[in-house]
Design a protein around this ligand. Structure first.
Ligand code: SF4
Ligand code: SF4
Length: 357
C-alpha cells in the first residue's frame, strides 16, 4: 500500500472554540479532501455526542462546519451514531437522540438530521463480507452502509481496553450493530443475574432461538444454544443480563480493526477521517462524568486513511508530550496493535507523510 497523506493544522494548548473553528476551516479548505464527495451524495457524519456530563467531545459548532462544507458541495449530510452495548444514557435510539439533542446536536443548531444507523434497539444491521483474518463477515449498522459517503469525526482519547480510542475505534465499534459490538467485546455468552431478574419474561419473548427458560422463578440462559445476539441485553430494563467484557486488549483491537474494514469497505473512495486532538482525556467520551485533560491540545488531522491518521495521532502526541496518548493514558496497553492489524488486513497503512498546513 502506498504512503498515505495526513494533513495537520496545529493548535495551541487550551485552544478555544474560535481557534478550533479556524483550524478546521483551514484544514478542509486547503487539503481539498472534500472533493471526494459529489453533488447529491448522502454523507453520514459519524460523531460521538458524549455520554451524560461529558464535556470533552467534539462540539456541535465544529460538526456544523463540516455539515456546511458538505452542503456547499451539494451533498446531503446527516449525523449518525449507534446504540451503546453498555447500559448508559445512549443504549437505544430514543435515549441516544435525547442525549444528542441535549448536547446541542439538533437540526436547528447543525443543519442536518440525526439518523441512528442501527435502528431503535441496535439490531438494524447488514452482514458485510470482508477479507479479514478473524472474520469473513462483520455485522455493521445498516443505515451507514446505504450512504454514499462517510465523514468520521473522531475524538482521540485513551481507552481502558484498546489503549487508544480514535478513528479505528469510532469506525469499528462505533458503527457496528449490537451483534457486531458483542462479537468484539465478548468471548462468551451472556448470563442472568438472578438477584436483579424480576422474571418479566421480556428477554424470553425476544430471544430469537428460544434459549432463555425459567429456572427457580428467574430467567436462565442455556448457553449451548445462545448465538450471542445480545437481544436479551437490549430488552432487559432491570440490568439483569450480564456478559463478560474480558477480551484481552490485543484481541479486542484486532476485532475493532476488522469491523472498521467492514464499515468502509464499500465506500473507500468517499471516506474522510478527522481526528480532533483537543481536550484529550484518559478515558473515552462514553464515561458519564467530566474528565481532566491528560495532555495539551495538539491540533486537527485529516486523512483518507484511517490507519495512518491514528498512527499520526500516536506519533504527534509522543513527539510533543513525551508519551503517546495511549501510553500516557494506559501504560500497560499497546495501542498500535489495532494499527498493525489494520495494515495487515488492508484497512490502511502506518506509513504516511504529514502535510502541515
Ligand atoms: S428481561 Fe431481565 S428481568 Fe425480565 S426476565 Fe429477562 S433477565 Fe429477567
Ligand atoms: S444473546 Fe441472543 S440468543 Fe443468547 S440468550 Fe440473549 S437473546 Fe437469546
Amino acid at each position: 500500500m502506498p504512503e498515505a497523506k495526513v494533513y495537520f493544522v496545529e493548535l495551541p494548548n487550551d485552544s478555544d472554540e474560535r481557534e478550533r473553528l479556524a483550524a478546521l476551516q483551514k484544514l478542509l479548505n486547503e487539503s481539498g479532501l472534500l472533493r471526494i464527495f459529489d453533488k447529491s451524495d448522502r454523507v453520514g457524519i459519524k460523531l460521538h455526542v458524549g455520554e451524560r456530563n461529558n464535556d470533552t467531545h467534539v462540539s456541535p459548532s465544529l460538526v456544523k462546519e463540516v455539515v456546511g462544507k458538505l452542503k456547499e458541495r451539494g451533498c446531503v449530510p446527516f449525523l449518525t451514531e449507534t446504540s451503546t452495548l453498555y447500559r448508559g444514557n445512549r443504549s437505544n435510539a430514543i435515549d441516544h437522540l435525547i442525549e444528542a439533542f441535549s448536547h446541542g446536536f439538533t437540526y436547528e443548531n447543525i443543519g442536518a438530521p440525526f439518523i441512528m444507523a442501527d435502528g431503535l434497539t441496535g439490531n438494524t444491521e447488514i452482514e458485510v463480507p470482508i477479507p479479514g483474518i478473524l472474520y469473513k463477515s462483520v455485522n455493521i449498522a445498516r443505515e451507514i452502509t446505504l450512504a454514499e459517503g462517510l465523514v468520521a469525526i473522531n475524538h482521540p482519547t485513551g481507552h481502558v481496553e484498546a489503549g487508544l480510542g480514535a478513528c479505528l475505534k469510532n469506525l469499528g465499534m462505533g458503527l457496528s450493530s449490537r451483534i457486531g459490538k458483542m462479537r468484539q467485546h465478548s468471548s462468551i455468552k451472556p448470563y442472568i443475574d438472578e438477584d436483579k431478574c424480576t422474571f418479566c419474561k421480556r428477554c424470553m419473548k425476544w430471544c430469537p432461538v428460544d434459549t432463555i427458560i425459567e429456572r427457580n422463578g428467574k430467567a436462565f440462559i442455556i448457553e449451548e444454544r445462545c448465538i450471542g445476539c445480545g437481544e436479551c441485553l437490549a430488552v432487559c430494563t432491570f440490568d439483569a443480563v450480564k456478559y463478560n467484557w474480558g477480551v484481552q486488549s490485543e484481541e479486542l483491537q484486532k476485532r475493532i480493526a476488522e469491523h472498521a474494514l467492514g464499515v468502509i469497505t464499500d465506500k473507500r473512495e468517499k471516506s474522510l477521517f478527522l481526528n480532533f486532538m483537543t481536550d484529550m482525556t484518559k478515558d473515552c467520551d462514553c464515561l458519564g462524568s467530566r474528565q481532566k485533560r491528560i495532555i495539551p491540545d495538539a491540533g486537527i488531522l485529516a486523512s483518507r486513511d484511517p490507519v495512518a491518521i491514528d498512527q499520526a495521532t500516536l506519533d504527534i502526541t509522543r513527539e510533543k508530550f513525551g508519551k503517546d496518548l495511549g501510553r500516557k493514558s494506559w501504560p500497560s496497553l499497546s495501542p498500535e496493535k489495532q494499527l498493525e492489524h489494520g495494515e495487515r488486513i488492508g484497512l490502511g497503512t502506518r506509513k504516511y507523510r504529514l502535510v502541515k498546513l
